[in-house]
Ligand binder design. Sequence first.
Ligand code: SF4
Length: 245
Amino acid sequence: MAWKNVKNHKEILAEIYQTLYDAFGPQQWWPGDTPFEIAIGAILTQNTNWGNVEKAIGNLKRRKALSVRVMHGMDNGKLAELIRPAGYFNVKTKRLKAFLTFLLGQYRGSMEDMAKNGTPFLREQLLEIHGIGPETADSILLYALEKPIFVIDAYTKRVLQRHGLVKEKTSYSEMQGLFQDRLHKDAQLFNEYHALLVRLGKEYCRPRPKCAPCPLRSFPVVTRQVKPEDRQFRIQNDMSRVRSA
Ligand code: SF4
């Protein structure tokens, strides 16, 4: 059973948001004291968990190195040592340096100056920086610069796919459009929604899903990835939630 022709995506996305917000409450993302710290965290969190990023940022703070000019002027080996807990530290050092060079060159090192530009222009600029892909660029735009853009990550894709809202091959920009074209374009809403999906993915919608206690347990699941024993509820129950369009 799919959502198709039963309920439109706008209603479904609104309902998912409300259900998650009611279950989890506000998530108050992104953890970080300044827009610059948030941007650095967005680069460091690639391919690692947040706990490791916190250790790396803690190292930078203890050395009083969490500033554009200090980090930019630092020897690569020294910077790599400080961010070592975040993993892939040599690769990430190069990515950080590329971002810092961009920030200094284009905006005199000021995230506030950067934020004065429009979202499409900034996104293009960020995507040209070595090692910054769509998810990192959008995380910087949304969480550091408070621009209304939806971040898509593996958690979001997994939830959407399992509930039949996207397909395996749906692209990043199509998934992003699913949210941005149907929800009020509001940075706070996009911030909260994405944070709620991440929490959902970490606690329930794991590779082996825990559907029975999950807040979205009564929403139709359409994928074979989710076995009946994971769901522990019957498709007929799902149907009762779905009304004709
Ligand atoms: S754990 Fe199950 S019910 Fe929860 S979001 Fe994932 S597939 Fe849906």
